[in-house]
Structure formats: C-alpha cells, structure tokens
Design a binder for this molecule. Structure first.
Ligand SMILES: Cc1cc2nc3c(=O)[nH]c(=O)nc-3n(C[C@H](O)[C@H](O)[C@H](O)COP(=O)(O)O)c2cc1C
Ligand code: SF4
Ligand code: SF4
Length: 263
C-alpha cells in the first residue's frame, strides 16, 4: 500500500489536531514534527505529502521555512503535495500558503492544494483568549471536512494569491526579532518544576536549570506553547499575560505535543 505523510508544526495543538483529522481521512499516514533542525531526506516515495502549521504574522513559521528549505524531496517529484495553514482568521493569514508554495517551487516541487483553516486564535501576547473555545472548535471541525474531502480526492487547485508586500514586511520584522523575544519571558517562584513547558516546546528552546525552573535558549519561535500549557500559569511575557485566560486545543493534551516533540 502507498504511504502518506504529514509534517506538522504546532504550539497549542490546533495544527496537530488538524493534522490528525486529515491523517484519519488518508490511509496509512504518519505524522512527523517539523520542529527539529535536522536535514531530512525521504528515501521512500509517498502518495501524498502534507504540511500543517500555524500562521505567524501572515506567514509561515521560521522553523517550517527552514525545514522545507533543507528537505530533500528528490524521490517524491511526482507526489501529491498539500498544505493547511491554521490561523486565527483567514483574512489575516494572507501569505501563509503562498509563501510555502514559493518555497517548494524553488525546490522544483508543485504544491497541488493549499487551504487556510480558521481556528482559535492563540496569540496571548496581543489579546485576551476568548471564552468561545467550544463553538470555535466545533466550527473548525466543520470547516475542515471539505478540506479533508479535497485532499482525499487529490484535488488540484493551483490558484494562489500574490504575496501582499506590507504584510510580508511585518512578517520579516517578526522573523528577525522572534528568536530573542524569549528574553522577555519571566517565570515566578510559584513554578512547580513539572517540566511540561520543556516538553511542549516544539523547538527544544527550554532547559530546566539547577533550580529546576525553565530558562530559554534564544531560538524561540514564539509559538507560546510554554505560556499556554504551564499548569501553574507562572510563565509570562513582560507584564502582558498575567491576568489572561490560557488556551490549548481541548482535544490535544500536552502529552501529545510532547510525543510529537520526541519525549
Ligand atoms: C506569534 C503568533 C503570530 C500569529 N499571527 C497570526 C496571523 O498573522 N494571522 C492569523 O490569522 N493568526 C495568527 N496567529 C494565530 C495562530 O496562527 C493560530 O491560533 C494557530 O491555529 C495556532 O496553531 P497551533 O495551536 O498549532 O500552534 C498567530 C499566533 C502566534 C503565536
Ligand atoms: S510548566 Fe510551569 S510549573 Fe511546570 S516547569 Fe514549566 S514553568 Fe514551572
Ligand atoms: S520557548 Fe515557548 S514560545 Fe518559544 S518556541 Fe518554546 S514553547 Fe514556543
């Protein structure tokens, strides 16, 4: 039987949840993290290869860019490639799939199908977490159904929007500064030393020090998994997150992200 594979990047579980749902619709499909920094080669030929990731500042997370740029696809030139960018709002995810399409094109790969999926918006540094998790999660599940159907049918839709230049500029600013933004994270003494933040971090940017509190290694993606998953709510960004609700996808416990991250 031919094999399928989905590469995923996820901080608060939305993209992992979407990847799991898509994998259930495809037979014989594995899910692999894009969080590591190793160069990958697929020696086998796959029937379908997918990428599922969150939208950051209208575009693709830096780690996803690096992963795809370094990937060796030479044995999969005729494979069906698809992408799903999860986002807080499709209207503000404008460059998220076009950027990936362009990245793959440089590697002589055609992205056959790409969609954006509205999900709960997790950017706690910028705004409060709404109390509409249940409704929004149900709506995302409904919106994902036709996307899964299209992927199963191997729909080819090569219409791509142009990169929006102003948004691209914002994105470049974010990518430039994001790795060191963790210097603004603070951890209070109420830390219980559980280590969940370390395991939920998709890019191994957290170590536990001698005092068993997390410290950040400045290759952060700003996925906010650490802030959002900390059960004691003791990780904060400057003074911007202390009083805000936390969000993680209701069907994705931190243990699933830890497994994806190799723990
Ligand atoms: C740093 C950051 C930037 C974000 N920027 C955008 C954005 O430009 N447009 C958007 O629609 N959502 C944006 N979001 C929301 C996420 O893309 C969305 O919640 C996503 O589904 C989270 O996926 P995850 O749970 O797999 O990490 C942003 C989130 C973060 C953390
Ligand atoms: S998740 Fe929170 S409580 Fe647990 S080690 Fe990290 S900071 Fe401490
Ligand atoms: S340190 Fe926190 S915000 Fe940065 S990549 Fe790791 S989990 Fe995400």
């Amino acid at each position: 039987m031919r094999k399928n594979i989905i590469f995923v990047f996820s901080g608060t579980g939305n993209s992992l949840w979407a990847a799991k749902k898509i994998s259930e619709g495809l037979e014989n499909c594995e899910i692999v993290s894009m969080g590591g920094d190793k160069k990958h080669t697929l020696t086998d030929e796959y029937d379908a290869i997918g990428f599922v990731y969150p939208t950051y500042y209208r575009g693709v997370p830096a780690r996803v860019q690096n992963f795809v740029s370094q990937f060796d696809f030479r044995n999969n030139k005729n494979t069906y490639f698809f992408a799903v960018a999860t986002c807080g709002s499709v209207a503000t995810a404008c460059n998220a799939t076009t950027q990936l399409r362009n990245l793959l094109k440089r590697k002589e790969i055609t992205l056959s199908y790409a969609e954006k999926l509205d999900m709960f918006s997790n950017y706690i540094i910028m705004y409060d977490m709404r109390d509409t998790v249940e409704e929004e999660t149900r709506q995302s599940a409904r919106d994902l159904e036709p996307i899964i159907d299209n992927i199963k049918k191997r729909t080819v839709d090569l219409t791509a929007s142009r990169i929006k230049p102003f948004e691209q500029l914002m994105y470049k600013g974010f990518i430039h500064f994001s790795s060191h933004m963790d210097k603004h994270f603070n951890v209070s003494d109420a830390c219980t030393h559980c280590g969940i933040c370390q395991k939920a971090c998709p890019v191994n940017n957290i170590d536990l020090g001698q005092d068993k509190k997390p410290y950040f290694k400045h290759h952060c993606e700003q996925c906010l998994a650490c802030i959002q998953h900390c059960p004691a709510r003791v990780i904060n960004y400057k003074d911007k997150t202390q009083d805000k609700r936390r969000y993680t996808h209701p069907d994705i416990p931190w243990q699933e992200l830890a497994r994806l991250n190799g723990y």
